[in-house]
Structure formats: structure tokens, C-alpha cells
Ligand binder design. Structure first.
Ligand code: ATP
Ligand code: MG
Ligand code: FE
Length: 343
């Protein structure tokens, strides 16, 4: 089954053709990073406008790179939640029109389920159940993936996402948006023990996380140093911060692993590209005799191939939509679009 998938939840306009959830026939990503950089973050209104301008060309290229025409596609999939509402609406409107015109099924996909499914492309033998750490720009979740379309959230951040805290700390030391990747690049030249940062104490669920206190602590440290005219070593700060974030994520993830007993750990989302996190997870999984699946760097950030991969399993589960499908800015990963139909 060949699925044409469309992704426009944030600042990437992307389209891909994926066969049977596992084989990528084409994948096109048009990123708007350079434009949003000027403002230090994504400007939603600009993102929507650029999606509108780019989506036709991106979808046409995905079809032609796959050597296919629209009638040869079996279904159209689209990210319908969560994300920037104006950005999502461009993809959803386009996909609805395309599916109706071509007489193909329409498959709505949750963006976070898509991030997880990037691993089905990279690891052909990976199948649920497994324990997944989703670490992205807007989300930080520990999820028990029970099967391809059933998810149980075990822990989540109470405040900032890990990616968001990377970006805000990076901005305070003068790195352009998106700062996480720039922090990562210099962290190898810094000392992870140069700074001792506080680890969050989270009330309630033992698997929940928090990054806002840590972020504020680091930003205050940077501002106070600037006021005193002291130099901050960006390499040391990046190395210490990345190490602290990786340590916090690993602590909660392996606590959840002990709780669930899952033997396979999967990581997903933009922050799964982080080299310190990847190295720590690799070492910890090896020590504990667990299988670790990481997406390749090309599939960590937003793309449509991951949406096409998840869409195949949504289709097999009967999760298609009609022309009443609407985009949603927020949506829990354990809900299906049918739960919201008619609202
Ligand atoms: P969400 O998926 O939650 O809707 P998003 O789509 O904006 O949010 P992603 O594209 O999955 O997020 O990931 C982007 C985030 O990943 C940004 O915060 C970025 O700084 C961070 N990121 C990317 N590469 C790295 C890296 N190497 N180290 C740390 N953070 C990184
Ligand atoms: Mg992006
Ligand atoms: Fe994302």
C-alpha cells in the first residue's frame, strides 16, 4: 500500500510516499528555519503563509521523486494534530481536497505518533510493545507503546519540553534559533562538570518530568554573569546543560522501564538527535541489557515519511476520516481522531 503523506504542523512543509509503513519511496522537506531565525523562534502567521505557498510544489516533488502519479497512490495521510493551528490547517485542507479529488481514503495522523513511527522506517524488525521517550520541541513524554495504535502515557513534563528548554537556554547565550542543535555542536568542546545545575523535584507521579526550573536557573546564571561583566564559557555551559538534561531524561525513563518491564527502548522527536542523550542512552541500555532504537538524524526532526509510516498502521486499524476532519492544536496521543469527530 502506497501512502502519500503531508506534514505542516510547525515550520517544515513536508511530503513523502511510504510503502507499507516501512519503505520510503520519496521524502521532501522544505524548512522555513532561515526565515524564523530572524525573530528568534517560529512566527505562526509566517509559517502558515509559507506552507500555503510551498505545499503544492512539495507534494508534486514527492510524487515525482517516487516516480508515481496521484492515481497510483492508495491513500492520502496528513498530520492533523497537535501543532500550530494555522499551519496544520494548510496541510489538512490540502489533503482533504486531494483525497476527495482523487477518490482516495484520508488518514489523519497524530504528529507524535508519527515521530515514534520514524523508528519503523529505520528499524524494519521493530514492533510494539516497547517503551518510548518522545523528546521534541513541544513535548516530553514517556509512553508505553502497547501496539501500533494504542499508547499509554506513563510520564510527561509538567511544564517546558526538553527541546524548548534547549532553545531558550541557547538563546540566552546568543545562539540562533533553533538553539538545541547549536548547543549540541559545541558541547563536545566543553566540560560537563563545569557547572552543577539543580535537578527538578516533581510532586505527584514519579515518572513526570520538569524543565522550567532548570531553564530559569541557567538563564538567570547567564544574565547575572553578564551584569557582573563576567564571561560565560558557552562550550562548558552547553556541555553541562546537555549532560543535566540527558541525566534527568534517563533517570525517569529507566524508572519507567523497571516499572513496565519492557525490554526495548525507543526514542523519538527532534531532541533524539542530541549527541549527549544518544551516548548516555546507548551506554545505559547496554549496561541493562536492553535493546535501544534511535532514529537516524535525518528522521529525528519533522518530516512526512514518519507520518506515512504511522498512517499505514492507522489505516489497518480502520482509523480513516471523511471531509469533516478538522485540525487540532492539542491532542493527547492516546486519543483517536474518531473520539473528536463531529466536535
Ligand atoms: P513537536 O514535535 O513537539 O510538535 P516540533 O515539531 O517543533 O515540536 P521537533 O521538530 O520534533 O519539534 O524538534 C525540534 C526541537 O528539537 C527543537 O527544540 C530543537 O532545538 C531540538 N533539537 C534538534 N536537534 C537537537 C540537538 N542535536 N540537541 C538538542 N536539541 C535538538
Ligand atoms: Mg521545525
Ligand atoms: Fe515534531
Amino acid at each position: 500500500m502506497k501512502i502519500l503523506a503531508i506534514e505542516s504542523s510547525c515550520d517544515e512543509t513536508a511530503a513523502a510516499v511510504v510503502e507499507n509503513g516501512r519503505t520510503v519511496l520519496s521524502s521532501v522537506v522544505n524548512t522555513q528555519i532561515e526565515e524564523h531565525k530572524k525573530y528568534g523562534g517560529v512566527v505562526p502567521e509566517i509559517a502558515s503563509r509559507r506552507h500555503t505557498e510551498n505545499i503544492c510544489g512539495v507534494v508534486e516533488k514527492a510524487l515525482s521523486d517516487a516516480g508515481l502519479t496521484l492515481p497510483e497512490i492508495d491513500a492520502v495521510a496528513v498530520t492533523a494534530a497537535p501543532g500550530l493551528i494555522g499551519a496544520l490547517l494548510v496541510g489538512v485542507g490540502f489533503a482533504k481536497g486531494l483525497a476527495a479529488a482523487a477518490g482516495k481514503p484520508l488518514i489523519p495522523v497524530n504528529h507524535l505518533r508519527g515521530h515514534i513511527a520514524a523508528n519503523y522506517i529505520a528499524h524494519p524488525d521493530l514492533e510494539p510493545p516497547f517503551l518510548c521517550l518522545v523528546v521534541s520541541g513541544g513535548h516530553t513524554h514517556i509512553i508505553d507503546v502497547q501496539d501500533y495504535t494504542h499508547f499509554h502515557v506513563i510520564g510527561r513534563t509538567r511544564d517546558d519540553a526538553a527541546g524548548e528548554s534547549f532553545d531558550k537556554v541557547a538563546r540566552s547565550i546568543g545562539f540562533p534559533y533553533p538553539g538545541g542543535v547549536n548547543m549540541d555542536k559545541v558541547s563536545g568542546q566543553g566540560n560537563i562538570h563545569a557547572y552543577q545545575f539543580p535537578h527538578p523535584k516533581v510532586d505527584g507521579s514519579e515518572f513526570d518530568l520538569s524543565f522550567s526550573g532548570l531553564k530559569t536557573y541557567v538563564i538567570n546564571l547567564v544574565h547575572n554573569a553578564a551584569q557582573r561583566g563576567e564571561e560565560i564559557c558557552r562550550e562548558d555551559l552547553a556541555a553541562s546543560f546537555g549532560h543535566t538534561v540527558a541525566t534527568i531524561l534517563c533517570e525517569k525513563l529507566f524508572l519507567a522501564q523497571q516499572h513496565t518491564g519492557r525490554k526495548t527502548i525507543v526514542v523519538a522527536g527532534g531532541v533524539s538527535a542530541n549527541s549527549q542523550l544518544r551516548a548516555m542512552l546507548t551506554a545505559e541500555c547496554e549496561k541493562r541489557g536492553l535493546r535501544l532504537c534511535l532514529p537516524p538524524l535525518s528522521l529525528c526532526g519533522d518530516n512526512a515519511a514518519m507520518i506515512g509510516a504511522q498512517a499505514y498502521y492507522e489505516y489497518l486499524a480502520g482509523n480513516t476520516a471523511d471531509s469533516s476532519l478538522n485540525a487540532m492544536a492539542t491532542m493527547s496521543i492516546d486519543k483517536s481522531f474518531a473520539d473528536y469527530a463531529g466536535q
